[in-house]
Design a protein around this ligand. Structure first.
Ligand SMILES: Nc1nc2c(ncn2[C@@H]2O[C@H](COP(=O)(O)OP(=O)(O)OP(=O)(O)O)[C@@H](O)[C@H]2O)c(=O)[nH]1
Ligand SMILES: [Mg+2]
Length: 348
């Protein structure tokens, strides 16, 4: 499975600078709004030191990482949802991704242009949220219209109408759906509609060297706290030099948060040919994890051999773990756990 996330924010706040840092891809960065027009897209390896620890023991021919996709889009401005400044194209594009990284300008520097000519994280976030809300209102109304007009029998029709109307009320009050405490079944339902304001957000506070006691960051932290969205402090560059947080730090901080918000975990497979990480949604059973790797694994599934990561390392591999009795065999309904090293046993 691939994880995809969009880097969003107002124009000229440092989105492409972040994209470039995360992906090591050189893209156009300059000090004017709408420097980025066509989205920059990159798929990169998800770093996981455990893969190397495993491979030190197994010495596989190849090591394969799971991947993550980053999209860096043009800046969003008021009227985006009506198409202003490539708005519709951007909104449609970010809708295809699962999570947003929202870059917020938190440093003073008259030399770097801000579309509002002054720094105000709360206002900037509101500008962007309003566009996402207006886009969702339109989508929500379309879904409601469709369901009302559609005469076909749809067993979930009433339930869907109820939830959509509930969403529409919140959106009309200017509230992003991610900030509402929906019930578990409602949450599952809402996911089907792919609303922008329901996607998790991670804020990046773009700071400079004066990031201690920075009032903009304090404001952003308050917003993050209220919304339950993490705020990652990051200083991209100053006079052309990177001065804080290496690529490693920011990438790790982002991945940890993305995994947490999308409820994703990692298991591993390892043999002489390949050591590999696999991302799965929490609550995944062994049978479905097997299918994810190969449909044959599911068809002929017999059982899953499980070794916990720490047991594998402590016993120097599979045979050591076996001797110490650290191998378990589980059936198709076993719930995969973080860090499991799995061998699927199946018949052809
Ligand atoms: N001083 C300073 N300048 C920065 C920082 N981050 C980005 N910049 C500068 O801000 C300008 C805009 O950066 P970009 O990364 O192109 O911003 P963007 O959000 O992608 O801009 P658009 O694509 O036009 O929306 C460039 O001149 C960067 O060098 C920072 O942390 N400190
Ligand atoms: Mg850009």
């Amino acid at each position: 499975m691939k994880i995809s996330c969009s880097i969003i924010g107002l124009p000229n706040v440092g989105k492409s600078t972040l994209f470039s840092l995360l992906t090591n891809i050189v893209v156009k960065i300059s000090n004017f709004p709408f420097c980025t027009i066509q989205p920059n897209i990159a798929i990169i390896k998800i770093p996981d030191v455990r893969l190397y620890q495993l491979n030190d023991i197994v010495q596989s021919r190849t090591v394969v990482h799971e991947k993550i996709k980053f999209i860096d889009v043009a800046g969003l401005i008021p009227g985006a949802y009506q198409g202003v400044g490539l708005g519709m194209q951007i909104l449609n594009h970010i809708q295809t991704t699962q999570i947003f990284i929202h870059v917020v300008r938190c440093f003073d520097n008259d030399g770097i242009l801000h579309i509002k000519n002054n720094i105000n994280p709360s206002r900037d976030i509101d500008i962007l949220n309003i566009e996402l809300i207006l886009f969702d209102i339109e989508q929500c109304e379309k879904h409601i219209d469709f369901l009302k007009k559609n005469r076909m029998i749809n067993i979930n029709k009433d339930q869907n109408l109820f939830i959509l109307e509930k969403c529409l009320n919140y959106l009309n009050d200017g509230i992003s759906l991610r900030n509402i405490n929906f019930s578990q079944s409602e949450r599952k339902n809402i996911l089907n509609f792919n609303f922008l304001t329901y996607k998790p957000v991670i804020y990046i506070a773009n700071v400079d060297r004066h990031y201690k006691n920075n009032i903009y960051v304090q404001k952003l932290n308050e917003i993050g706290f209220r919304e339950n969205s993490p705020v990652i402090l990051h200083c991209f560059m100053n006079n052309g030099e990177f001065i804080a947080n290496s690529q490693r730090t920011i990438l790790h901080a982002l991945i940890d948060n993305i995994m947490f918000f999308l409820k994703l975990n990692t298991f591993f497979t390892t043999n002489i040919n390949m050591t590999r990480s696999w991302i799965y949604e929490s609550e995944t059973i062994a049978l479905d994890a097997a299918y994810n790797i190969h449909s044959d694994f599911k068809k002929g599934f017999i059982r899953a051999q499980i070794i916990k990561f720490n047991d594998f390392i402590a016993n120097h591999g599979e045979s050591g773990a076996k001797k110490s009795g650290r191998i378990r065999y589980e059936g198709k309904n076993y719930l995969i756990e973080e860090g499991d090293i799995i061998k699927f046993l199946f018949k052809n």
